[in-house]
Design a protein around this ligand. Structure first.
Ligand SMILES: Nc1ncnc2c1ncn2[C@@H]1O[C@H](COP(=O)(O)OP(=O)(O)O)[C@@H](O)[C@H]1O
Ligand SMILES: [Mg+2]
Length: 151
């Protein structure tokens, strides 16, 4: 992976910033000229991970969420969503469809499943008390006329 563009964004863990995170990642990947579908997939996956950081990682408490993203000249996009919140005891269990620790009816336990279906690869690193880092990759298919511009 020869990185040609990268970014890092730190923001407060508050629901108001979920829309901001979606727009930020959209803007960052725009030079890859993604299709509407690719764009929607990435926005949805990022949204799920950011929401998890806010509602589970910090559980309404104070904290910061970090998004790092980079892409290479082949259109391989790598995104990390990092929190320093409570962490996950059993990552394998947390990734199971319909598994949720939330009693809130809005949470269906499908967040990780959504990330996995919309991205090519999802890796979760977490430690109780230390936080969680979700790394996701997606290959954005380069169209003939679209060569990513060097910044
Ligand atoms: N960033 C995080 N910090 C702590 N726990 C998390 C985090 N992300 C996910 N989890 C745990 O994994 C579970 C499953 O997450 P997810 O699939 O998104 O479902 P949901 O958010 O609907 O509960 C959550 O209920 C929570 O227990
Ligand atoms: Mg979730």
């Amino acid at each position: 992976m020869r990185i040609i563009n990268e970014m890092r964004l730190d923001f407060k863990a508050t629901p108001e910033n979920e829309a901001f995170a979606r727009l930020a990642i959209s803007g960052f990947m725009l030079p890859l000229d993604p299709t509407m579908e690719e764009l929607a997939d990435v926005k949805t996956a990022v949204s799920e991970a950011v929401t998890n950081a806010i509602v589970h990682g910090y559980a309404g408490g104070e904290g910061m969420v970090c998004i790092k993203a980079a892409y290479d000249e082949s259109g391989e996009l790598q995104i990390q969503i990092i929190d320093r919140g409570r962490g996950i005891e059993d990552v394998q269990q947390a990734r199971q469809p319909f598994y949720t620790t939330s009693i809130d009816e809005e949470r269906s336990g499908m967040g990780f499943t959504v990330m996995e279906s919309f991205m090519d690869d999802v890796d979760v690193q977490s430690a109780p008390g230390a936080g969680t880092a979700v790394r996701m990759n997606k290959r954005i298919r380069l169209r003939d006329d679209a060569v990513p511009q060097r910044a």
